[in-house]
Design a protein around this ligand. Structure first.
Ligand code: SAJ
Length: 436
């Protein structure tokens, strides 16, 4: 039997020993789905805390309840280790490690490279390796393939290599790993076939595509689409502001168009570890090809300018109340990058706090999901304050993240002035409110 046939048989019989490198918000839910499907799963992570937590059957990922993880660990369906030597006993490996940007906005491939270097040490014929981390088109072919293909180890014959974009949306109760359609593309048709068969054993819908580059590009199109459309409405907000038009009313009315339109909403800037980051993996690669991704650069500029636009709005609002921004008390509602989560990565709230601080305001914040903000050289260490009390004491309140559990009527009542960057006070009329 050929390596292809052997692996295909192991996948069909669910005997394929499955490895997941990177046990974060992508890797751990994936491990659970394959364990539930009947595979034996070995999680590999360099963070001993994560490995220890899994050994205890304790989940640290919002979308994986401990009540789901613990029985799988107890039954031995999921084990975890920090030792890549485990690769020698595995048939398949999914790589789900971070792909951040460096300060220079260049891709930071170090997590992918170090994982592949470790895997390559224990790599053996008959393995299927699938990269899930968001990256530039060409990564799988140009960076990973040379690390695995050796004399006597030919891709598509002796081992199999695919790319499959992760589409996990943390906290999304409707769409979770099992029911989000899974795109997968291989270096060769045989690779794609095995990748599709593998995911088909655990996930509801598999979308095979013709190559790893197509699969890599699918993800970048998805998230660049969002980033550019958010940039569009942020520019509309600035235009409407200048023309005295309520952009929120415009968008709500435009959204009544039953076809050919998709509402996006202006805000204080673009946060998170996907949308502000992923498009720059694409523009970095296109620059290498001598093509400039102008839409991405322009949207990045507009989105990056929103914190300044918001701080100018605060300064002007105070000015209209005969107050200088300097020495005024400004209270920021919301530090997370979007509502109902605790993640502050790339959060525009941090930029706004920094800019306010730089212009001499006395800044405080409240966020029920973010009790502390660490000093990071951009902002001082801060602790979340009681929203109503702090809003009453502030000269200006600014709504940056519209968590649902803020008591907006109480805050509106106690505040002297509110700049609302999220239309959280939609439907409220008051002289105190200044909308984006
Ligand atoms: N934002 C706006 N206006 C909008 C939408 C978002 O200003 O109309 C801001 C948010 O406040 C946030 C940033 O953009 O600061 C990103 O928000 P997001 O809603 O895109 O949420 P993310 O970063 O969690 O994006 C993830 C992505 N999921 C994956 O990459 C698998 C994205 O593709 C999803 O579409 C998105 O979740 C989602 O829809 O929840």
């Amino acid at each position: 039997m050929s390596p292809f046939e052997q692996l295909e048989k192991k996948i069909q019989s669910k005997q394929a020993r499955t490895g997941i490198v990177g046990l974060g918000y992508v890797g751990l839910p994936l491990a659970v789905e394959f364990a539930h499907a009947g595979f034996s799963v070995t999680g590999i992570d360099i963070d001993p805390e994560k490995v220890a937590a899994i050994h205890r059957g304790e989940s640290y990922i919002q979308d994986v309840p401990t009540s789901v993880l613990a029985p799988l660990v107890r039954a031995g369906k999921i084990t975890a280790t920090a030792d890549f030597a485990a690769v020698a006993d595995l048939d398949t490996i999914n790589i789900c490690v971070p792909t951040p940007l460096r300060k220079t906005k260049d891709p930071d491939m170090s997590y992918i490279v170090s994982s592949c270097q470790e895997i390559a040490k224990h790599f053996h014929p008959g393995m299927l390796v699938i990269l899930e981390s968001t990256t530039y088109p060409g990564t799988t072919n140009e960076l990973m393939l040379p690390m695995f293909e050796k004399p006597g180890l030919k891709v598509g014959e002796d081992f199999f290599l695919c790319f499959s974009p992760e589409r996990v949306d943390p906290g999304n109760a409707t769409y979770q790993t099992k029911n989000i359609p899974k795109v997968v593309g291989g270096i060769t048709p045989a690779c794609t076939q095995l990748g599709a068969a593998f995911y088909g054993q655990a996930l509801e819908t598999v979308i095979p595509v013709s190559s790893t580059r197509v699969a890599e590009m699918v993800k970048l199109l998805e998230n660049t689409f969002r980033m550019i459309n958010i940039g569009l409405v942020n520019e509309m907000a600035m235009l409407c502001d200048r023309m005295g038009i309520n952009v929120w009313e415009v968008i709500d009315a435009a959204a009544t168009k039953p076809f050919g339109f998709m509402p996006f909403y202006p805000g204080p800037g673009l946060g998170g570890h996907c949308i502000p980051i992923d498009p720059f993996y694409l523009s970095w690669k296109t620059k290498q090809a001598g093509i400039e991704a102008r839409f991405i650069e322009l949207a990045g500029y507009i989105n990056g300018n929103m914190p300044h636009f918001v701080v100018d709005k605060i300064q002007n609002a105070l000015n209209d109340h005969a107050k200088a921004l300097k020495d005024s008390r400004v209270h920021v509602l919301g530090a997370a990058y979007k509502r109902e989560i605790d993640d502050v990565r790339e959060s525009p709230a941090l930029d706004i706090i920094h800019l306010l601080d730089k212009r001499g305001a006395k800044v405080t914040y409240s966020d029920p999901y973010v009790p502390q903000l660490r000093a990071d050289g951009v902002i001082p260490a801060m602790s979340s304050m009681d929203p109503e009390t702090a809003s009453a004491e502030a000269d200006c309140v600014v709504i940056v993240t519209d968590h649902r559990n803020f008591d907006y009527p109480r805050i509106l009542e106690s505040a002297k002035l509110i700049v609302d960057t999220r239309n959280a006070l939609k439907g409220y009329q008051s002289e105190k409110i200044v909308r984006l």
